[in-house]
Design a protein around this ligand. Structure first.
Ligand SMILES: Cc1cc2nc3c(=O)[nH]c(=O)nc-3n(C[C@H](O)[C@H](O)[C@H](O)COP(=O)(O)OP(=O)(O)OC[C@H]3O[C@@H](n4cnc5c(N)ncnc54)[C@H](O)[C@@H]3O)c2cc1C
Length: 534
């Protein structure tokens, strides 16, 4: 079974320690139990029990320390980190969030040339500390060019630092908050570490009403020395973008974990609930909704698994992950919302009950499309790859399933974040040709029609400036890529061999989605008008 089953966790791990962390984590949450998980959620109880657990297990230390900085078992291995992501979200998004923002906080640190700060981070991981990523500011949202955090040079060579950060997870407890700002006068970008215990670090408030602490904090004349600086100029800018490139991938796993737990609850409830002398699962429309929810959830998981292979195999000359990761971010997380909608239509009132995981899932699933760049920001990114993806395929050696126990070195040496338009992709037709299924065939026809449309009525200059118009195109391109990697994963995980009908059912869903790409942007009529008048 490809979905997470905590009662029978049978995922392959190359070493015992990886398996042990996953089993112990599952055990921690199972011992805590759903009642207490929900009670803590409702009371917004700070999750010190989980932080104590991860410290004694050395979970973050093992999973997030590259070799050479920690114990023997430390490596950044996306194969096992995927599973840890999924398990945490399966039990509650707050537990996942403290791990996720630690990953983000460590991004600029492991990418830095400042060896002393890396050694400090490794030591803090061993001591069970968590980390934070201070990029966002209240007034600027996605526009990080406009950052107002200012480092003013002092005669003795240090910097007096002033400014505020907003929405910063773990900002209340992280001894190293990787913080983004600009040097006053030159405007040079800089990443430095701030310590929440410093007297000039003013923790203002938690901006969310939740178990997590999502901080607004200010630095008021905070003294930053050269020793606190992680990177400057282009390197600091690249560290910001490259960290988000890695971090945004995890959001897909959070959605998968949430949907998997919600799916189990929903089907259990529906199967045991009897109406008019029959089980709710006997209604044909309920079967249809469960089938679609399952197909969408499996597609989410297959795509996200396959995207990890490309991320782990990335090289300066193969950066296909820069397309696949935003697709995980925007497509998998919005599919998560679809899955919850379908399940909620089945379980109806039950989805509001306080003892159900579902009630929490219905709230939390909506967060994931909005974090680390909204859906729009990610589609705008995806569109940059459209021409090369559809019309300029390249040959690459086959990327295998990457469950090997190695450190993902490249993720911290991604190089310049620019040059996206030059990245080339393998032909999506290759894998589609290997599947003789009715809906995969229809999908292939849709892709051909889309390519003909783009080739014969190339977007005009005005259209390329029209974000709304591009978002609609980006939705279709996203589906092309989504279908392609789902099929690749279906082969690698032998899902297609075992169950061709299931893959066909997934494509039944995708074919319908290609036909209705405009639901979150312009109406189809408005788009047609704009296309024909261009
Ligand atoms: C619970 C929570 C935790 C968070 N944790 C952290 C954290 O730990 N560290 C951190 O640094 N940040 C964190 N964030 C910030 C988060 O990453 C941002 O909220 C997110 O990137 C979206 O920014 P925004 O909400 O300010 O939207 P805005 O940037 O204000 O966007 C407004 C609208 O404009 C659209 N838009 C903006 N730019 C573009 C574009 N280029 N193309 C197309 N459309 C565009 C958006 O889609 C949106 O519809 C957190 C946020 C929340 C809510």
């Amino acid at each position: 079974m490809i979905l997470l089953n905590p009662k029978q966790h049978q995922r392959y791990y190359a070493d015992e320690r990886s398996k042990e962390i996953m089993l112990h984590t599952i055990d921690f949450f199972e011992q805590k139990g759903i009642r207490k998980l929900k009670e803590d959620d409702h009371n917004r109880t700070w999750y010190s029990d989980f932080l104590d657990f991860q410290k004694s297990e050395r979970a973050f230390a093992t999973l997030l320390t590259p070799p050479g900085y920690g114990g023997l078992d430390g490596r950044w291995d996306t194969w096992r980190n995927c599973e840890f992501n999924e398990i945490l979200a399966f039990y509650g998004l707050a537990y996942w969030y403290t791990w996720q923002v630690s990953i983000l906080g460590l991004g600029p640190i492991w990418q830095s040339d400042n060896e002393a700060l890396k050694q400090r981070a490794a030591k803090l991981l061993q001591e069970g500390e968590v980390f934070a990523f201070g990029l966002s500011e209240q007034a600027h949202g996605a526009d990080i060019y406009a950052t107002e955090m200012r480092l003013t040079p002092q005669p003795e060579g240090n910097y007096r630092t002033n400014g505020e950060k907003y929405y910063i997870g773990n900002g209340n407890i992280a001894p190293m908050v990787s913080t983004f700002g600009k040097i006053d006068g030159t405007g040079e970008y800089v990443f430095f570490v701030a310590d929440y215990r410093h007297q000039s670090y003013v923790l203002m408030r938690n901006v969310t009403p939740s178990q997590s602490y999502v901080a607004q904090f200010a630095l008021r004349d905070y003294l930053v020395t050269e020793a606190d600086i992680l990177s400057r100029g282009q390197a600091a800018w690249d560290a910001a973008l490259n960290t988000v490139n890695i971090g945004k991938y995890n959001l897909g796993w959070a959605s998968i974990g949430i949907c998997t737990h919600a799916f189990y609850e929903a089907i259990h409830h529906a199967a045991y609930r009897r109406l008019y002398g029959m089980a709710v699962t006997d209604f044909s429309h309920v079967r249809q909704m469960f089938t679609e929810a399952y197909a969408r959830l499996l597609a989410m998981k297959l795509f996200t698994l396959r995207a990890a292979d490309y991320m782990r195999s990335a090289l300066p000359e193969d950066r296909r992950y820069l397309l696949y990761n935003p697709v995980v971010k925007m497509k998998v997380t919005t599919q998560g919302e679809e899955v919850i909608n379908l399940l909620w239509d089945v379980i109806a009132a039950k989805g509001f009950e306080k003892d159900m995981y579902f009630e929490m899932a219905a709230r939390d699933i909506r967060a994931l499309p909005k974090l680390e760049g909204t859906v729009h920001v990610n589609i705008a990114l995806i569109v940059k790859f459209m021409a090369n993806n559809l019309f300029n395929a390249a040959n690459y050696p086959e990327v295998p399933l990457r469950d090997d126990p190695v450190n993902d070195d490249f993720l911290f040496h991604q190089g310049p974040a620019r040059g996206l338009g030059q990245i080339r992709f393998h032909d999506c037709g290759l894998v589609l040709d290997r599947f003789d299924l009715p809906n995969a065939e229809l999908f292939r026809e849709q892709i051909s029609a889309f390519k003909v449309l783009l080739a014969r009525a190339m977007p005009t200059e005005a259209q390329t400036q029209d974000v709304d118009f591009l978002l609609a195109l980006g939705q279709i391109l996203t589906l092309v890529v989504y279908g392609q990697l789902i099929l690749e994963a279906a082969e690698l995980y032998s899902v297609s061999a075992a169950n061709g009908d299931l893959i066909d059912q997934i494509f039944h869903v995708l074919v319908r989605d290609v036909s209705s790409p405009c639901k979150c942007t312009s109406s189809p009529a408005a788009l047609r008008r704009r296309w024909t008048t261009a």
